[in-house]
Design a protein around this ligand. Sequence first.
Ligand SMILES: *Cc1c(COP(=O)(O)O)cnc(C)c1O
Length: 364
Amino acid sequence: MTPPSTGPRLRESLQGIPSYKPGRPAPVATGRTMYKLSSNENPFPPLPELEEAVRASVHVMNRYPDLACGRLVGSLSERLDVPVNHFAPGTGSVALLYHLLQAVCEPGDEVVYAWRSFEAYPIAAQAAGANRIQVPLTADARHDLDAMAAAITDRTRAVIVCTPNNPTGPTVSHRELAEFVDRVPSDVLIVIDEAYLQFIRDPQAADGLALYREHPNVCVLRTFSKAYCLANFRVGFAIAHDPVAEALRACTPPFAVSTLAEEAALAALACENRLLEQVEVLVKERFRVVDGLRAAGLRIPATEANFFWVPAGAETDDFAQACEDAGVVVRAFPGDGCRVSIGEPAANDIVLEVGTRWAASHPG
Ligand SMILES: *Cc1c(COP(=O)(O)O)cnc(C)c1O
């Protein structure tokens, strides 16, 4: 019998899985600086201490790293007052999300999250064999937690809450998230993605760690990629009770975090104050740009992150093109809106100029 020559069979559930689209790099234009505001990266160059820490450990590259990432986990455990066995370190919080969903989902189970939100969510859900249940954001670009609670069924294994929400910017408030957690069945995992935690200035914003302490079904995801300037080193961690943390570590490929990445993260914690001063500069820039654009007439949803959202709808590509013509690359979600990262002041100036012109030519 001749087998059909279709090649190896892939999992049925992978049909139509979207691929991750990274923010476009700044094109190398002649005679002009182009700024990349398309990936929510930290525009500050690495502090010398971070580079030094990496250089000092480069000689171990022929050896495997510490499987447990013990020094970093120990340091985080003390800082956050969380037992070491509640940590799962990984190559960025995105990887941990994939492993988490793999740990909780059987084929045909459901993962509930807001939409539009982080574009890794639908990919991670589908990669785990789960069905994606996307709950539309409210008109002001916030999570609709009532609708998300109502979307939970017997098949739901995980709910993801992104606060602040990438790419629209708002946080969920602590009160509303606490009420939501109380409504979610205790056998459904609640993932709170706090990638932009350090940029939050709203005192009412949700505190994921406090909810983790009270609820065995809450898992918090954090990363060194944004505030700590280490996007390229791929270090993130999850905090969860057992058996979630244990299952997550089991589903994470061994030796995920390299010694270089661990040393860089430890160095970042050691000079956290200076990194947080840089974050403060970015937050001030966020207020300057967003206030300026609102005064010019643009409708910008609340944002507590290092980016903001321009709901340009059908004109999204035009807005992105106008930005690029002026020297900044932003992240366009065609038909919906543009996410613009806060970058260096010169880049933010350009965004203010373009946005102000845009508002004048697109009244209402
Ligand atoms: C950037 C980002 C992350 C962090 O990803 P890493 O894998 O840690 O670099 C996680 N969640 C959201 C919503 C993000 O925007």
